[in-house]
Design a protein around this ligand. Sequence first.
Ligand code: GLN
Length: 453
Amino acid sequence: MSNQVQEQTLWGHPKGLYILFFTELWERFSYYGMRAILILYLTAKTTESNAGLGWDKVSALELYGWYTFFVYVLSVPGGLLADRLLGQKKTVMLGGFLLVAGHLILAFDTITAFYSGLVLIVLGVGALKPNISTMVGGLYNKGDVKRDTAFTIFYIGINIGAFAAPILVGYVGEVINWHYGFGLAGIGMTIGQIVYIWGQKYLKEIGNFVPVIKDAHTNKKVKLTTVEKDRMIVLILSFVIVIVFWGAYEQAGGLMNLYARDKIDRVMFGFTVPTSFLQALHAFYVILFGVPVAYFWTRWRKKGKESSSLFKMGIGTIITGLGFLLLARAAIETTVSLDGKASIYWMFGAYLLHVIGELSISPVALSFITKLAPIKYASLMMGTYFMVSGIGNKIAGLVGEAAQNAGEYTIFMGVLIFCVSFGLLLIVFVKKLKKLTHGADDVETKIVMVEAE
Ligand code: GLN
């Protein structure tokens, strides 16, 4: 993709990257802030001074699962809207406005406001999230070594928002008033939208609508080449990994959020850690370990070892699974301890392993998509990626619901065994799958190595 934006650089990257970085940072602040208190708000009693909706856990987990599912499923129409009609830049703008409205409406304490807020957020994330990610890839020419670094930077931005949100929105919502918390998330999104509007001058060359080239004779879409087809196949297969990974990882906002509230001793140094604070832990670890993990994989490849994107994803799934071993250990502790609670340190350890797994999967997958997808399907494939992560979120919700009957120990052990076996299976087939990429994954990594030397 050619562009002139790269001429306006800051710290070696197009200035547009920083606009997308801050817009997405604030969007994620609003998303994760609201999400951190959603299940707590739903299950808080109506008689409490900070009254919630008084739902039982199963219904709350069910709504939570559907919400996080639809938030990402709507990325497919969001991607299509960009590819076919508006272009990514305008679709992100539209999504931003929907999100500002959706989050601010939740500040009102009525059930109509609650449901309309959820619907607007679902539509807004669908329009914004896949397209802003594709725009990051669009800032770089094919084969540009800075693309992978850009995705790591962008991912860290996401997590700065995700880190601050549960602490600030969580504190205001849980300790003061749920609706002030939701309102704060709305203020965050408003800041993001202002940054995006202001930064349009740095985004002139990217995210514009590109009409699909049609065959002059048949007036249909030009067909995919065999190489493009193979790459699409491997992309679609990689989406299965995405489902398994997010299905395990996203227990965090639902089951593990309730687990932390009810069965974890959250007193540390005489201070009770609010449940929602634990929701910030993943993001904190991403900020801390984002660069070291990326560096580890570069070194690994330099040693001549297998480090294709698919291999990294396999290892990531195994490490994530191992996090559940620590949670299973915590579940045993709750049955033997006097107060029925387990140490918070199990949670710290489990989330650490989940994040090391995430860093070998999530930013890797974003970059992988922009390398493999044919340009005319770029936003759609990115949208599909988020949709399948939404399926993972829904599965996480179902697993959480199942835990209410099966018990946490059984569930944690089940997730452990499933993730480890799946990751191992992937590693066995990695060489075969890699052939289908026709080198799209290797080229840039080789150039990265040259630069790193
Ligand atoms: N944590 C990442 C984000 O919020 C990944 C989300 C996803 O792929 N489901 O952007």
